[in-house]
Design a binder for this molecule. Sequence first.
Ligand code: 7RM
Length: 649
Amino acid sequence: MSQKIESHLVENRVFKPSKEFSKAARISSMAQYKRLYKESIDKPATFWAREAKELVWQKPWKKVLDWKAPFAKWFVGAKVNVCENCVDRHLDGPRRNKAAIIWEGEPGEKRTLTYQQLHREVCRFANVLEARGVKAKERVLIYMPMVPEAAIAMLACARIGAVHNVVFGGFSAESIIDRLDDSESTTVITADGGYRRGKIVPLKASVDEALKKYKKVERVFVYQRTGEKTTMKRGRDLWWHEEVASASGKHTPKGFDSEHPLFILYTSGSTGKPKGILHTSGGYLVGTYVSSKYIFDMQDDDVYWCTADVGWITGHSYITYGPLANGITQVMYEGAPNYPDFGRLWDMVEEYGVTTFYTAPTAIRAFIKAGDKFPESRDLSSLRLLGSVGEPINPEAWMWYHDKIGGGRCPIVDTWWQTETGAIMISPLPGCTPCKPGTATLPFFGVDAAILDETGQECKANEGGKLVIRKPWPSMLRTIYGDKTRYKKTYWNDYPGMYTAGDGARRDKDGNFWIVGRLDDVLNVSGHRLGTAEVESALVSHKAVAEAAVVGKPHEIKGQAVVAFLTLKEGIASSDKMKVELRNHVGKVIGAIAKPDAIHITPALPKTRSGKIMRRLLKELVATGKVSGNVTTLEDYSVIAALQKELGK
Ligand code: 7RM
């Protein structure tokens, strides 16, 4: 039986950027993209050196790349300060007084930091860190709400060569312990709390709980965000505002080796302990700078907004580093997208004149579920470009985003990448790439992406296989912190010298990459291997459905039976008639093979804290009625009980 992943979904809608958009864009034609792409693959040193020269290097590199698979060194021998490139670099000209960060707190406070003000705050905090004895290469755990100080803390670490390890503020004390322990961190930067859905998240309290078990932390800096009563441990805990009060706003950025570690970011493996993904300085800076510039077509008058949290790689690369390295103005928001209601983000787009908006499919599906009245009652005409990241975007969600948010005029960059890749790898370039709803389209400069079958052969058009990257790229992870063996085994074991992403994909006849889902999630029905994305997208294309997750359930004859979990749009009720209609709908859109054997309608799907559907849990639930293994990444534990009830377990 063939091991190939089959594809049945056909998408024929094509959207090209308008003439005006193309004309003003950094890359305005497919010919220009192809020429640069060819150069970036054939002569990577030429391509990357030219781009890197736009940045500040305290000492030039001797060699662009040193590659001893699977270990890469980029801009070998160079000295660079990543923070200097994101902040100081913009102080010499008119950008000095430009807004770097326009921030809104969930309760409604507003703050704007110009590049000059940002520089001053970063310098002051860098001076504090140094005065308190934080050294280069020391690991610093950052556990903050979405306030400018989160980015300031990251940049101050980068400035002094300390290695940050940001933990998303929604994670528990238990997760903090694991990450402190694995990274052997000695310093913590946190806040008394942060606002989320009208409530205070007591961040410092979680840190205190973690530090009862993990004893190696010498100092805890506490940013005062809420003013709630907070216990401060003498000799260990320090108020941020007291520390910076007397600190100088000047600080000379020292150059660090291009391969100096910049940060560790933990990503959950499907099972077992989280992996500390290590990124270094020069290559990561260049990768995030260049990808931001071209993929978001960054222009000096843009107002850019990425709705991710800085606790995820998207927040690292496309809030803190890439956009600031480009000297852009960005919006940052502390709280929940539905606080006080689903109009919050659209109010902010209108108020700040946001031009570029980057979010995740899970958010888009939540907006669709909430109803069109929220975006329809706001003026979104400032938007010129939209982006999506985190999961495959279902074609119908893409269409809604395009029509209701983008007013039919904004290109959508569906950006495929990972914590491990550091920067966007597959994406349209908004000024030239013809977009089809549901595909991340073509590889970015320097990315040699391919889809291979079990034998290592490249798959033919529309044949599904494993997504690999065949050449090193500047922002690639360098290792799993403290575990080279796991690094080699996890990413470089499938085909010699190639990086495996763990995603299944296919290319259509135009060369576009369609991500069909995680390889662990592929269904096997009567010998047919089906990606989850297509079946889910078929379900989401029905007008009643908001979200869908499909998994395989062990089946005596078929191997696996397709089981679908759905949430419905606001105001639509579940019924047996509806389930029959949905089965037939999948049959019509994809074919009989993909018709779900069972459909479960539930109030919510299990998701990770960054909004990705956790199919592994659903698969376990349908097979055994229980969940085992690591569930610490689950966003809302109550979802499991609700699902068990629905399944009658
Ligand atoms: C940036 C980020 C990585 C995994 C990746 C995919 C999935 C991300 C897309 C996507 C289809 C996309 N980093 N993924 N972007 N799938 N289309 N545009 O999400 O490390 O947290 O996750 O996310 O499965 O391997 S991550």
